[in-house]
Design a protein around this ligand. Sequence first.
Ligand SMILES: Nc1ncnc2c1ncn2[C@@H]1O[C@H](COP(=O)(O)OP(=O)(O)OP(=O)(O)O)[C@@H](O)[C@H]1O
Ligand SMILES: [Mg+2]
Length: 377
Amino acid sequence: MVAETPYKKGRLAGAAAEWDTAGPFMKANPRAERRPLLTPRQIYTYLDRYVVGQERAKRTVAIAAYNHLKRCGQPTAAGKRLLKKSNLLLIGPTGSGKTHIARTLAQCLEVPFTVADATEYTEAGYYGKDVEVMIGELLHHADQNVEVAQRGIVFIDEVDKIARRTQGARTGAGTRDIGGEGVQQSLLKLLEGREIFAPLNVTQHWNKHDFVVLDTQDVLFIAAGTFSDLHLGPAGKPVGFGAAGDGAAGAGRRVTEKDLIDYGLLAEFLGRLPVRVELAPLSEEELFLVMSSPPDAVVREYQALLKLDGVDLQFTEGALRAVAQHCVRRRTGARSLRTLVEGLCHDVMFDAPERKGETVVLDVDYVAERLESDLAQ
Ligand SMILES: Nc1ncnc2c1ncn2[C@@H]1O[C@H](COP(=O)(O)OP(=O)(O)OP(=O)(O)O)[C@@H](O)[C@H]1O
Ligand SMILES: [Mg+2]
């Protein structure tokens, strides 16, 4: 059946207009949307406006998304797509943009998107969410439209926390690993694309669920984790982010399939996440850009907010660099930028209504002092 109404949520008018002339329409499948197929370059360009740095990740994600869209438009042979699915695994430190990239991608593709935290799930029959709930949540984001949800994106965060807990140092609660290996096992059927019974109305009380059959073969899954204590072999030398010296991005060797299996991911699970991307920690320069450059950058946001009170808020470059340095030192990546900037704007926001018409400049001294005192903790 043809989905009559195109999916509207998160539509960005300007961005869509830019792409009106793009690529061929997909005619192969009547289910396909009547919309130009975005090219990897167009997807990349969109991501690039919102995501600073992470060039490789942006390119890889753009290609995977392009392939995903192509697949969705392909004819099926006996219900099976001929093209293989390109689910992704993003590996990178906290605040490097894993969730941000996935979210921005969903905006760009205008498909429903849901973020699931892998640690909230357990093997079926145990206390905790069943993995089908992820699809239920996707359905919710698609206004319960199964056709639309079937082309959606599910972002599974913290997959490093569902590693098998049988080896050595890891502490397991009991003999059955219901939150780790059990969840990985349960996820297999979602990842490879099967018809599953997804609960409708997940936001309502759990025992009122109705179920609907949904095929996950076209759903794009993006898994992500920090794998922060990933170690290289018996020598125990940490890999990657911040751990392998603070040199340039990618100074350490790349994470291999074996590293991930040793870490506790099942080979079958990894096999269903064929596209792997490593994200490097953001540099000071990149953190500076994150604050000031994208259209939705936090500094722009506070400037716009204060403009409403008639106050012209300015940060000096040195001030923003001091914030960036602070994040590099604390290894929080971009994660704490918003909180820090919000804290810095605190006093100005309090006074703003009385300071109409003024220009307020926050300089490096102000920032340094604030970072040292109350913001430091
Ligand atoms: N590369 C980036 N470009 C622009 N903004 C970024 C980038 N990385 C992070 N941010 C900003 O920082 C916030 C936190 O980043 P995000 O949630 O993507 O981190 P993460 O890599 O998923 O970390 P975690 O492992 O802690 O979940 C985002 O909401 C976004 O605003
Ligand atoms: Mg995240």
